[in-house]
Design a protein around this ligand. Structure first.
Ligand SMILES: *Cc1c(COP(=O)(O)O)cnc(C)c1O
Length: 428
């Protein structure tokens, strides 16, 4: 599309946007009586208006049914997670049986590594991206120590080349191939939180399987943001959080994916709990763990009803929007417009005031654009906030801006570009 740097153009795009009403489903934080232009959905998605209502429903169930709520009422808590599985499956491209909502993200990363990181004498290493989200680094380090290995030896990080910020797929594949004999697990983010780079997940999965490794992904920044086909790509396992692009609230419930090819494998370790026990026999309370079929067999504790109600409501908004197909179509244009406007700022200033480190190619990024200011990055970020644009700041020097197709408009993006220019001019 040939973009134009003016308000009328942005407003015309909003007029043509079939998802423009979706923003009315959300509550925007305010400052000085004005709503923020919220570009932080990659960190914490906005509150759907219906959130309060669905919590109220469950509070009423608790009040009126108390313990009977597990089996009585319109949607008994005992089976409540099943109502989410059909809605989660299209978000990650899986069969409903392969996904389950439970726990929180890092907890699930640990539980899945218990099953899928099974180091053997010579094949014990984990390969991951350099600069992965800290929680993933800590989880992986501690799992390696738990198995008696040294993280300094057992972690192979794929780094960007000198002077580059993002990874090249050929470097990832080459590192996997070169260390093939030693790698037990390939564990990458789907999208890197810092750079916004969407990795070539099918290529990574293929390369990992070729050397006999298990391949898993942390989809915190990918689920609900970019289209995924975990089943068809033959990914072994994945997990994600629901509070970023999926708007299910702070500390919201996580989702897991386990490929169905692993369902029959009784050799997999599990840290088991009663909620993963075969459902129709769970309340016999017998000795000896027998897992429920599918991803549900990885559950540990009883259903977290409140966070699950919030995730359920937000998944219904994805269904209403037409799942990721229509959202992604808008997202590509919305974020491309932001790329264009940042480049316009640089052109107007006659220098690279903002270095964009996120890949511009549509198949290498989602909604997020990460930029590094030539100087005064934190000052510029603070000025954006003061002018009602809320992105986020990541140490040491990155401003992340994520126009989310569910509730951001082309006008939001235009106004952000305009502000980046005026702030840069006033700081000079
Ligand atoms: C946001 C994020 C997390 C957060 O983990 P929690 O357990 O939900 O606190 C973990 N990993 C990645 C890659 C993330 O982006």
């Amino acid at each position: 599309m040939n973009f134009e740097n003016n308000l009328a153009f942005a407003q015309a795009l909003d007029q043509q946007d079939s998802l423009r009403e979706m923003r009315n489903e959300f509550l925007f934080p305010q400052q000085n009586g004005k709503p923020f232009i919220y570009l932080c959905g990659n960190s914490l998605g906005l509150q759907p208006k219906v959130a309060r209502e669905v919590l109220e429903v469950q509070l009423n169930n608790w009040q009126n049914l108390a313990v009977e709520g597990w089996f009585d009422g319109d949607s008994p808590w005992m089976f409540y997670h099943k109502e989410l599985k059909n809605l989660m499956a299209p978000i990650v491209g899986s069969k409903p049986l392969e996904v389950c909502p439970m726990n929180t993200l890092t907890v699930n990363l640990h539980l899945l590594m218990v099953s899928f990181y099974q180091p053997k004498a010579k094949k014990y290493k984990i390969i991951m991206e350099f600069g992965a989200f800290p929680s993933d680094q800590y989880a992986i380090e501690s799992q390696i120590r738990f198995h008696g290995y040294d993280p300094n030896d057992a972690i192979i990080e794929v780094k960007p080349r000198e002077g580059e910020y993002t990874l090249r797929i050929e470097d990832i594949v080459k590192t996997i191939e070169e260390n093939g004999d030693e790698i037990a697990l390939v564990l990458f983010g789907g999208i890197n939180y810092f750079t916004g780079q969407w990795f070539d997940m099918p290529a990574i999965t293929k390369a990992g399987h070729k050397i006999g490794a298990i391949v898993g992904f942390d989809l915190a920044h990918a689920a609900g943001n970019v289209p995924l086909q975990l089943h068809d790509w033959n990914v072994d396992f994945a997990c994600w959080c629901s509070y970023k692009y999926q708007n299910a609230g702070p500390g919201g419930i996580s989702g897991i994916f386990v490929h169905e090819k692993h369902f029959g494998d009784t050799s997999l370790n599990r840290f088991a709990g009663w909620w993963g026990y075969k459902e129709d026999q769970r309340f016999k309370m017998e000795k000896g763990f027998i897992p429920e079929a599918g991803a549900d067999g990885w559950q540990v504790s009883c259903t977290q009803v409140m966070p699950m109600a919030l995730y359920h409501a937000s998944l219904q908004l994805f269904e209403k929007a037409g799942f990721l197909d229509s959202l992604r179509t808008k997202s590509k244009t919305l974020t491309s417009y932001l790329f264009y406007l940042i480049n316009q700022v640089n052109n107007t200033l006659g220098e690279e005031q903002f270095k964009i480190i996120t890949p511009q190619a549509e198949n290498e990024r989602g909604a997020q654009v990460s930029i590094i200011a030539k100087a005064d990055g934190k000052k510029i970020f603070d000025a954006l906030v003061a002018h009602n644009v809320l992105g986020d700041w990541r140490e040491p020097n990155v401003i992340r801006l994520s126009p989310v197709p569910m509730y951001n408009s082309f006008e939001d993006v235009f106004r952000t570009g305009e502000l980046l220019l005026t702030i840069s001019q006033s700081i000079k």
